[in-house]
Design a protein around this ligand. Sequence first.
Ligand code: HEM
Length: 261
Amino acid sequence: MSDLIEGYLGKTVEGKKSRVPAKLDYIQSATGLFLALFMWGHMFMVSSILVSKDFMYSVTKFFEASFIFDGGNPLLVSILALVIFIIFIVHAAMGMRKLPGNFKQYQVMKAHADNMGHEDTKLWFIQAFTGFAMFFLGSVHIYIIMTHSDAIGPYASSDRVWSEWMWPLYILLLLAVEFHGTIGLYRLAVKWGWFDGKDPKASRKRLKTYKKALTYFFLILGFATLAAYMKIGMEHADKAGERYVPSAKVMEYKINNGRVA
Ligand code: HEM
């Protein structure tokens, strides 16, 4: 009954307003923070290919817990991807509340932002645009990884990027995720006053510099990584599907004079 009264009047019988919007804002911030930090970790793991194929292979096997299961178990990666997917969907659902619902609302927001000429208000538009793009781009990637977790590795990933045409999607996803992630972290810090210090105006200026530096850093790292997967994928195109054999295994094979141990 109380819900019904609040639904019609916007206030409870005690004359109070719902705390749900504040709780949803908190969930949006918490899931956003988690995803942004996850993406930093993810970019470092994926960029292991820049060191060597063997190194990327070892990182993959580590996430498959090869130190527990002989040869690794990709199911663990599928479970991780599922957990990330659920958090991603919750974050997107919370973000949807902030998007304009019709053209009139969009027009009002746009006029307000143009009129204010305030950089942080403009950042909101980038967040809304990149967030919307990730509904589609992010979902495609996470679903493929979740259902093909056994096909991650120096050749399997490069074949997916090149021979299976993921590179155009990754270019767009990389741009969206890097802008969205660093702007999101900046906005979180400003919203919750994490690094306000004695002079919030000066700290906001400093935070903006960090934001810019982090965006450049992860974009350069990301595009260098993508270029590496594309190059390996191109060179491996006629043998697409064939899996990488780490150097240690090749040496073992040679020591055994071509006999499979
Ligand atoms: C547990 C979840 C995830 C796993 C295991 C994972 C794994 C991977 C792997 C192995 C690659 C290399 C290319 C390939 O194999 O296809 C990759 C690339 C990429 N992933 Fe993820 N990913 C996950 C979640 C995400 C999420 C949530 C996002 C952003 C929404 C994301 C964005 C990207 C981007 C942009 C690339 C291309 C990066 C580059 O080449 O620089 N991933 N991911």
